[in-house]
Design a protein around this ligand. Sequence first.
Ligand SMILES: NC(=O)c1ccc[n+]([C@@H]2O[C@H](COP(=O)([O-])OP(=O)(O)OC[C@H]3O[C@@H](n4cnc5c(N)ncnc54)[C@H](OP(=O)(O)O)[C@@H]3O)[C@@H](O)[C@H]2O)c1
Length: 293
Amino acid sequence: MRVTIFGATGLLGKTLMREWTGDDVSGLASKDADIRDPKQISNVLEGTRPDWIVLAAAYTDVDGCEQNREHAFDVNCRGAINVAQAAKHYSSRLLFLSTDYVFDGAKSSPYETNDPRAPVNVYGRSKAEAEVQISQVLPESCILRTSWLFGIDGKCFPDTILKLAASRPAIEVVDDQQGSPTYTADLARAIIRLCRTGAKGMVHATNRGDCSWFEFAREILAVARLTTNLRPTTSEHFVRPAQRPKYSVLSNKSLEKHGIETPSWQDALRRYLLQRTSVLPREPSDALPGTHG
Ligand SMILES: NC(=O)c1ccc[n+]([C@@H]2O[C@H](COP(=O)([O-])OP(=O)(O)OC[C@H]3O[C@@H](n4cnc5c(N)ncnc54)[C@H](OP(=O)(O)O)[C@@H]3O)[C@@H](O)[C@H]2O)c1
């Protein structure tokens, strides 16, 4: 199988490039093909002629999107549609990465794939609009929503907490947003299986279970055996340019229909922290049970 990954230099894309063995996989950075330009997309696809395109390229700065609305829609919506049109032209299957932020968070039970979209920020609106238009251009595409990514290939929440814990006596983290942390290594494995089994339609894929950002931070500090003072706060006290949904847990039933089960986020976090200690230069905050401290 030939696969082309847009966004191969990102947090998820880099992990996908490493995890995806046994197929002919090529990865693209924005300098190889800017998805805002249809010509640049067809130039690369002319060479790779993929069976599958994985579209992990996006403008993912949620607060930045609020201030750069046009850019957000250029990349996340119009750019994504350009890729879908090119996929149709080259008869390639498409897996498009989307987000839990297409929902408003008004529910209190996990979001199913057919729950109505109601994004509360520009990032979510740009992805929601892309989902709608991609399904029109290419009805057999696979739209994969995920949430709260962490992994060794880019900036992520556990990394930030460990760095803050190393430099501050106390940390405040919001306790009124609930979601599902997702390890890029587990997500990459799910994506590879979905492509190999020819998945179509809407799929939700996260690690199992959910928590608030505060609970996530508490687990990170506990696993790293750090005693930093952690205090819960609210979104009202920690105001950011983009509003976030209060609850954006995705139901993995659609993933399980494809025979894929993901480990719990707590299990994923432990594996991430072990991977992080073995890959990154050691810092005091890298302490893990059984290693030191
Ligand atoms: N991170 C999360 O928590 C999260 C949650 C839910 C869904 N998602 C979705 O998952 C996917 C992967 O996210 P991520 O966190 O891995 O993203 P990321 O680390 O921010 O990486 C973004 C990637 O997109 C590429 N890119 C940006 N603008 C582009 C353009 N105009 N043309 C071509 N490529 C462009 C970047 O390429 P260069 O580096 O070469 O410029 C980079 O490879 C995205 O679709 C995102 O919306 C992410």
